[in-house]
Design a protein around this ligand. Structure first.
Ligand code: AMP
Ligand code: DBH
Length: 549
């Protein structure tokens, strides 16, 4: 292992020393690497992971990730290097994640739905030395995009491409190791990996997470959810997402010595069959998936016997739907309101039905500091009043990666992160999310930064102004509507959608609807007046005005 100051460090905004010391003194930051989550069970033959027919024990998990880490180190990669990773929900996602952590290489795990534009943005910011991707993804079916990435990130010198048949047993061959080489993890106070922000700006931002801060959030989450070696978690949301990764997610389950069962996606019938086959005890969904599960459960004879807990989070969950979970799915509900930037709130397992159905819980840690302020005046909101949520704490980051200008806006002088969420706190400290001030659309838990799409639309030769807003949707909660001013009155939605697709954005970011306007309403300072625009669109929707088709 290298000494703390002999390896290349990845830059990040640190916590002020006094706070860092207090987090250590309180035992919140335990000084252990995230790989301890697996290695603490290294002699256990219990099953850590089930993926299709494969069952991987903790002992095997620990050994394989050691071997892979050694292989990665032997190929010249190590602390200071970063990796761009894009994998679907398969066992290799975790095996490679822990191998990278052990080798001190900091990955960013892109979502599988991400396309050229997102991956390019991450590569341009991180300049990764290593790419891990799947040949099953349309970007990696040949080598064209890999060559593009190498131009954007000249340090990129290693590629691990998994074929659809690649299994962990021969993954070790991919990085050609047969010997127990040395690998060098970094200190627990350093960056372990990068989490993705849903964002509200033109370019997707990266969130450096340290071993210390992330490990604390996982231990505390596992405790709140009362996880044990008997917990069996179905991972049906995208594995890379902060919620199924850490709240308490798969990492919480591994920490507790339980079993993670992989599902490719939340499709209810397949998930129900996995739950029955593997005696799954808990899972995590976004609200739009719960709707599908409730419908599918209605057609079943038997309740899901083993399922004890369903977590719901990522987007607003209507109390009327929340109430249906226990009776129709036969399990308890937990609401989770979190963010990849840090702060996670949970309703607690023994809370009253009223709190569980109508609130999004309260912060997981006593060390989380919360401020709710009036967005106009900055004054503290009283209990019951709506305000903007600011937070800082032992697992809330202090700055996006290399984004000084944006950080100046996203943080207060005292280091509080401005989440952009509008919340209300009740007299017992429970938060309810009532809206947001950030310019983002939350499409069934998938976040879309309005500015990113507007900038792309503005690149179209016929478009002179563009605004992306949310519109209410029964299934997803919100959908996106692009209002455009065009020089060509015959511009068609289908052409715009195709245009955006050729630019390489993820499908979930494609506007659901388009509307052609003569002008966009402007505020006094000349910015798009989205409040007025939203109102105009809601009124037009009522009179059944035709959308651009
Ligand atoms: P991200 O920055 O992509 O990690 O997304 C985090 C954001 O998702 C939060 O700031 C909220 O806007 C939203 N969010 C997460 N959980 C919930 C929830 N339970 N209810 C409402 N909004 C949520
Ligand atoms: O939406 C999120 O980002 C989210 C939701 C629930 C999250 O990051 C989390 C829990 O950790």
């Amino acid at each position: 292992m290298s000494g703390a100051d002999t390896y290349r460090r990845i830059e990040f905004t640190p916590w002020p020393e006094a706070l860092a010391q207090s987090y250590r003194a309180q035992g919140l930051w335990a000084g252990k690497p995230l790989s301890d989550i697996i290695d603490r069970h290294c002699s256990s033959e219990a099953t850590a992971l089930i993926c299709g027919q494969r069952h991987i024990s903790y002992a095997r998990f620990s050994q394989l990730t050691d071997q892979l880490a050694a292989g990665l180190s032997a190929s010249g990669l190590g602390p200071g290097d970063t990796a761009l990773v894009q994998l679907p929900n398969i066992a290799e996602f975790y095996l490679l994640f822990f191998a990278l952590l052990k080798a001190g290489i900091a990955p960013v795990n892109a979502l599988y739905s991400h396309q050229r534009l997102e991956l390019t943005a991450y590569a341009a910011q991180l300049k990764p030395s290593l790419l891990i991707a799947s040949r099953g993804h349309r970007l990696f079916s040949d080598d064209v995009f890999i060559e593009e990435l190498q131009e954007i990130a000249p340090p990129l010198r290693q590629t691990v491409l998994l074929s659809e048949q690649t299994q962990i047993e021969n993954l070790a061959d991919l990085v050609s190791i047969n010997r127990a080489d040395h690998f060098a993890p970094v200190a627990a106070s350093e960056v372990a990996f990068f989490q993705l922000s849903g964002g509200s700006t033109g370019t997707p931002k990266l969130i450096p997470r340290t071993h210390d801060d992330y490990y604390y959030s996982i231990r505390r989450s596992a405790e709140i959810c009362e996880l044990s070696a008997a917990s069996r978690y179905l991972c049906a949301l995208p594995a890379a997402h902060n919620y199924p990764l850490s709240s308490p997610g798969s990492l919480g389950i591994f920490y507790a010595g339980g079993t993670v069962v992989m599902a490719p996606d939340p499709e209810p019938l397949h998930c129900f069959s996995l739950i029955e086959q593997h005696a799954v005890t808990m899972t995590a969904l976004v609200p739009s998936a719960v709707t599908l599960w409730l419908q599918a459960a209605a057609g079943r004879q038997q309740p899901l016997q083993t399922l004890k807990l369903l977590q719901v989070g990522g987007a607003s969950f209507a109390p009327a739907l929340a109430q249906q979970v226990p009776s129709r799915l036969g399990c308890a509900l937990q609401q989770v309101f979190g963010m990849a930037e840090g702060l996670v709130n949970y309703t607690r397992l023994h809370d009253s039905a009223e709190k569980i159905f109508t609130t999004q819980g309260y912060p997981m840690s006593d060390a989380d500091e919360i401020r709710i302020i009036d967005p106009e005046t900055g004054a503290m909101a009283a209990d019951g009043e709506t305000g903007m949520l600011l937070t800082r704490g032992p697992y809330t980051f202090r700055g996006y990666y290399r984004a000084a200008e944006h950080n100046a806006d996203a943080f207060t002088a005292e280091g509080f992160y401005s989440s952009g969420d509008l919340v209300r706190r009740d007299g017992d400290g429970y938060l309810t999310v009532v809206g947001r001030v950030k310019d983002q659309i939350n499409r069934g838990g998938e976040k879309i930064a309005a500015e990113e799409i507007e900038n792309l639309l503005l690149k179209h030769p016929q478009i002179s102004a563009a605004a992306l807003i949310s519109v209410a949707d029964d299934r997803l909660g919100e959908k996106s509507l692009a209002c455009v001013v065009s020089r060509d009155p015959a511009l068609k939605a289908v052409a715009l959608r195709k245009y955006l697709r050729t630019l390489g954005i993820a499908d979930y970011k494609l506007p659901d609807k388009f509307r052609l306007l003569k002008t966009l309403p402007l505020t006094a300072v000349g910015k798009t007046d989205k409040k007025t625009l939203r109102r105009m669109m809601a009124e037009q929707a009522k009179v059944g005005d035709e959308a651009l088709s």
